[in-house]
Write a protein that binds this ligand. Structure first.
Ligand code: PAJ
Length: 284
């Protein structure tokens, strides 16, 4: 695996790779777990060459968020990527990706201000700006993102469409721990007790999915049930429970045509998100 840190050498290496087949890109912030590696597996399945990036992007962290504490495990990450068969790792410094004179940002108006965008102002602007730069630097044919960050996916789909990036976005399913908790680099912050408690998110989403499948499509009721289940644990602060259109992130009255049911909570100081895509109900 080539490990590159500068933009010109990465652009040249990617251009060379693309002369002999398609290039898949898996952008990450490192602290890699099985969720990240599932994206690599999907990219390996579809593409001749696979590149990954590791960059803890300061633009997407708010002033009171966990940028300084965010787990950094570069050597272990490299070993995992190498073992997974990644051809190229782009691991730039902050100065390389966000030079002091940077003045241009990508803002997906509307979509970028919904769900997590409400609670983390500027977060999706930071994500979109860095992913746009990665697309320019690596010129992938396809880029792989997790359904775990469903709002991020909606923002990046809109950006890719609106700015005409010649990149196919591929959404990959959520990988979970045996308890049901969605894998996340931030799970490292949780105590064993909190990790156990956090699995309530998936149980609540599953209960809501069962109601939807049983024909209960009223989102107000589904949201209320999901909230009640999560709120049984008094250690949990609910940030949002929402049933939205997965493309626009706008609220829906009914899940009959399908919906994204998404939750965000705080457990102690750790923010966790999870979601499920509710399938459209079958017409009788
Ligand atoms: P990061 O949180 O490191 O996640 C990198 C990718 O892994 C994202 O596409 C995310 O959705 C996916 N992922 C994380 N946990 C997952 C899980 N349990 N199952 C499946 N996929 C999972 O998301 C980011 O980094 C950043 O915002 C980034 C896109 C790299 C831009 O800075």
């Amino acid at each position: 695996m080539q490990i590159l840190t500068t933009i010109p050498e990465t652009q040249t290496a990617c251009r060379t790779l693309r002369t002999t087949g398609t290039l898949g890109l898996v952008p990450t912030m490192g602290a890699l777990h099985a969720g990240h590696l599932s994206l690599i597996t999907a990219a390996k399945r579809d593409c001749a060459h696979v590149a990954a990036s590791i960059f803890v992007n300061p633009l997407q962290f708010g002033p009171n968020e966990d940028l300084a504490q965010y787990p950094r495990t570069f050597d272990e990450d490299c070993a995992k990527l190498e073992a997974a068969g990644v051809d190229l790792l782009f691991a730039p410094t902050v100065e390389t990706m966000v030079p002091k004179n940077s003045a241009t940002f990508v803002e997906v108006a509307g979509i970028g201000d919904r769900l997590d965008g409400v609670h983390r102002p500027g977060h999706f602007r930071g994500v979109a700006t860095i992913v746009a730069k990665l697309f320019h630097i690596l010129s992938p044919d396809r880029a792989y993102f997790g359904q775990k960050d469903a709002a991020q996916l909606a923002v990046l789909r809109a950006m890719t469409r609106d700015l005409n990036f010649p990149v196919d976005l591929v959404a990959c399913p959520i990988v979970r721990e045996p308890s049901g908790l969605a894998m996340s680099s931030r799970n490292e912050y949780l105590s064993a007790d909190h990790r156990q408690r956090a699995s309530i998110l998936q149980r609540a989403l599953t209960a809501a999915t069962d109601l939807h499948k049983a024909g209960r499509h009223n989102t107000a009721q589904l949201i209320a049930t999901t909230r009640q289940l999560i709120a049984q644990d008094h250690n949990i602060n609910i940030e949002y429970v929402a049933a939205v259109d997965p493309g626009t992130l706008l609220p829906l009255d009914s899940t009959a045509q399908g919906a994204l049911l998404a939750v965000a909570i705080k457990l102690g100081t750790t923010r966790l998100i999870d979601n499920v895509l509710l399938e459209p109900a079958h017409v009788q």
